[in-house]
Design a protein around this ligand. Structure first.
Ligand code: ADP
Length: 302
């Protein structure tokens, strides 16, 4: 069984010809709301690919929070620990996408900031009973650390996707079994600028010093650098026509855990996760782009 702890955001997306200047109003197009948030994306990726998964998160006491909660259940997620917090709004990301594909994002944490250690407390048994706990960094750090502590004591494996990029206290890193940064996040954690494979191993070596046994540095289209006990190798991804890489990393993380829980060895689990993530980059949006199991199986069989 898997527990994901993390954020829920409604992404409000507007395409603009270019970014407006201060004081300027521009006419945009293609406005839509897509369900996102790193925690929710990873939970959905795990749910759609078939994991037995519960999600610990906070949404607001608003309509969109209620609708997202329903969608989580439809995606195969146990939502008993998805809390609707009275008087708050569901997390929001306001995203402008310019014609040349750049984006500009403002985030309101909203209910995500309410996932405090006190609110986590009643759900700690879920973590203690799970095989794997998967987290990111869009939730209060004190809560992430409290969850990791419970997991460590109970023998639940802790997988941390350290996104968005930031430095982390050693007290948290010491509780992590598997870490999955991208290049930017690896640099924020270790100070090593990750460009070449040698750099990736250097960053991994720093992370191993905290007792993290498995380091997976995702390298976008290149794949992932995997290091265990100071020995690393590149597991290449799949070649696809990328349309929108939003949630690629999230899909990778969620699908990776599904495969691990099914008992696949690490390299095969990574291959499964690469396939799911590759499908997601051929589609636009966060959760709308995440494939279901039959799609991943068909992709791998092709
Ligand atoms: P993040 O989205 O967190 O920045 P990455 O960009 O490193 O993470 O991508 C995570 C994973 O998504 C990669 O390891 C790979 O499996 C897949 N992926 C990302 N970009 C592409 C791409 N252009 N083509 C194929 N797979 C991709």
């Amino acid at each position: 069984k898997l527990v994901v702890l993390g954020s829920v955001n409604a992404d409000h997306v507007l395409s603009v010809p270019r970014f407006p200047k201060p004081g300027e109003t521009l006419v945009g197009s293609g406005y839509h709301i897509a369900y996102g948030g790193k925690g929710a994306n990873q939970a959905v990726a795990a749910g759609r690919t078939g994991a037995d998964i519960a999600f610990i998160a906070c949404v607001g006491s608003d309509d969109i929070g209620a609708r997202m909660r329903e969608q989580f259940a439809a995606d195969g997620i146990d939502t008993q620990a998805v809390m609707a917090i009275e008087g708050t709004t569901t997390g929001v990301a306001m995203i402008w996408v310019s014609a040349d594909g750049e984006n500009c994002i403002g985030i309101s944490a909203g209910a995500n900031a309410e996932l405090t250690p006190a609110r986590l407390q009643p759900h700690l048994p879920l973590i203690a009973d799970a095989d794997v706990l998967l987290m990111q960094l869009e939730s209060p750090l004190s809560t992430v650390e409290a969850a990791a502590q419970t997991a460590r004591i109970a023998g639940t494996k802790v997988i941390l996707n350290p996104a968005p990029a930031q430095a982390l206290p050693e007290s948290l890193l010491r509780l992590v079994d598997v870490i999955t940064p991208n290049e930017t996040e690896a640099q924020a954690l270790t100070g090593v600028v990750v460009d070449t494979e040698q750099d990736a191993q250097k960053a991994a070596d720093v992370l191993h010093t905290y007792g993290i046994s498995t380091v997976l540095i995702t390298l976008g289209a290149r794949g992932v650098w995997v290091s265990e006990q100071g020995k690393g190798e590149l597991i290449p991804g799949f070649r696809v026509q990328a349309l929108d890489t939003t949630a690629a990393g999230d899909t990778f993380n969620g699908a990776l855990v599904t495969a691990e829980l099914e008992g696949l060895p690490l390299r095969q689990a990574i291959r499964f996760a690469h396939a799911a993530a590759a499908i997601s980059v051929t589609r636009s949006g966060a959760q709308p782009s995440i494939p279901v199991r039959s799609e991943v199986d068909a992709f791998l069989a092709a």
